[in-house]
Every structure is written in structure tokens, then in C-alpha cells.
Design a protein around this ligand. Sequence first.
Ligand code: CP
Ligand code: NVA
Length: 323
Amino acid sequence: HVSMLGRNFLTLRDFSPFEIQQILWTAADLKTRIKGTRELYRPLVGKRAALILQKRSTRTRLSTETGINLLGGKSYFLSPDDIHLGVNETIKDSARVLSGFVDLILARMYKHEDVESLAAESSVPIVNALSELYHPLQILADMQTLQDHFGNLRGLTVAWVGDGNNIIHSYMMAAPKLGFNLKIASPKGYETCPNVTKDAEKLAKQYGTQIFHTTDPREACEDADVLVTDRRIKNSTRPEEEKLECLKAFQGYQVSHRLGKVAAKDWVFLHCGPRKQDEVDDAVFYSERSLVWREAENRKWTVMAVVLLLLEDHICTTPKPDY
Ligand code: CP
Ligand code: NVA
């Protein structure tokens, strides 16, 4: 058992394999106890969290609000129209003010530096609820989903077919530490961030896993156990004006059963959502291979685990899954 009390949760880069496993185990423990056996477990009574979302959100907002509520705590949703943050007041000043009202802040901001500024100035833990660089909460949910499905993450190969964005960056920080391999297909000009790529390579070397890059989706999907994709057009980093250019660049990048033919026999599909047709066709998205609904629900158990571990000590009472 390791304590994560008072820490910030900005990127999985800052967390050891043991700590990530501890978060995942906590998420599994909460799911079994609260959903499975309907235990009333309220360790967050009296705790308050601010949820600042500078961008639209369904999953992150609802998973956080319902999750904190289930644990007995209270959350305060703040849209950009509600508070001064970065508009009439600097992030630095807002962070100090908010620290006097709440015990933890979850923030979805455009720039990763802005989440870092919040963390630097706030005296309470900051949780990254998506920045242009990372989306660590999403990757925890993906890990819980794959762990439940396969029973173990070690040795799996995950193929990414898409933009070199915040989601794959978070996969790159997690995969080496949890012992699975990544095969990343992104078109030229849409590659993963060079600094993240360099860090991920170091981690892969340290933990003995593979991270492979290509521009060919088929090559990435070959023998892969999991096919993952995400928004390419009009996402939080690519404006509407780039739509036509993106559509062209991502030709051949739609996940389909045809693409899946080269994957491992029992391949499954993940997508953080919200999903558009050009990313994955209906036949895959609504198929048995698609774990997207469980993935979305697991956003709740995983964010609950993160918030809980940053605010309180938690001892799991269910057996540790095989990590
Ligand atoms: N996956 C995800 O973060 O979705 P929302 O934008 O709905 O929060
Ligand atoms: N990569 C997407 C994820 C949305 C949850 C974005 O940043 O918009």
C-alpha cells in the first residue's frame, strides 16, 4: 500500500507502476463493493471538489459528479461562464481562492501548462480532466476495461489508429509501466508529440515493452489484441477549419471489420467517445467486440479511485486483481 494523499494527478508519467496498480485496484474494489454488493461506503462525507470544465463534456462531468456523490462527497461544476478563472482573474489568483473553498479541483483546460499553473498555485490536489497533452483519467478507465475483459494487461498489444493526441500520449505513459505494447499508426503530420515520444521510449526500454510507430493502420493492427481510435476532426486540439485537410489525411484510418482481419482473433475495440462515423464504422462500434459502454462506465469507478486516494487513505477489501 502506498499513500497518494495530497498529490496532483496531471499525468500518469508522475505515477509508478505500483501506484497505477493501486488506483486500478481501488477502482475495481469500489466497483465490486458499491455496484456489486451495494455497500454504502461514504469516505468522502464533508469533502468538496470543484469541477472546472473549459470545454464541453458528458463522461468526465457525469462520472465525476455521480462518483463523488456516491462516496458521500459534494462536487461543484463550474463552466467557463461561471467563474473568473483566466478571464477576469489570473489562473494563479483563482487557484489560491478556490483552494480556500474546496478540498480538490478537477480541471479540463485547453493548455496543459494551465493545468500545471493551477497545480503550482493551489494548496489542494489538482486532477487533470483533459488537456491538449494528456487525458490520464480516460486511460485508467481503458485499463480497467481491458483488465476486466482479458484478466491481465501484461503482454497485450494495443493498436492506435488515429491522431497523435492526448489519449495516445496517456497510453504511452501507462503502457510500459503496466507491461503492454503499443503499435501507433498516425498519418504524416499527425504524429505523437516528440517530447512525449522520447519519454515513452525511455520508459519502454526501462520496463521492456515495445512502442512501434507507423503511418500504416494495417501494420499497426497486425496481431493486435485491442484496436483504439478517437476523434480526429474538430477535437479539442484541431479546429473546424482543418476539417477537410484532416478527412484527407485520415483516409484509410476508419476502424472496420476489414481492418480487424489482420488483428488477433479475439480483438476488441475501445473509443473514449464522443465518436464519429469516420473514426469507426457502425458494424464495429455496435458489435460484440466493442467495449465502449463499459469503458464509459469505468470512467466513474476510476475517477472515484483517483479522488478518493488523493483525499483519504483507502484500504481495499477485495482481492488485488492480477496486474
Ligand atoms: N472521454 C471523455 O472525456 O468524454 P467527455 O468529453 O464526454 O468527458
Ligand atoms: N482527443 C479528444 C478526446 C475527447 C474526450 C479531445 O481532446 O477532444
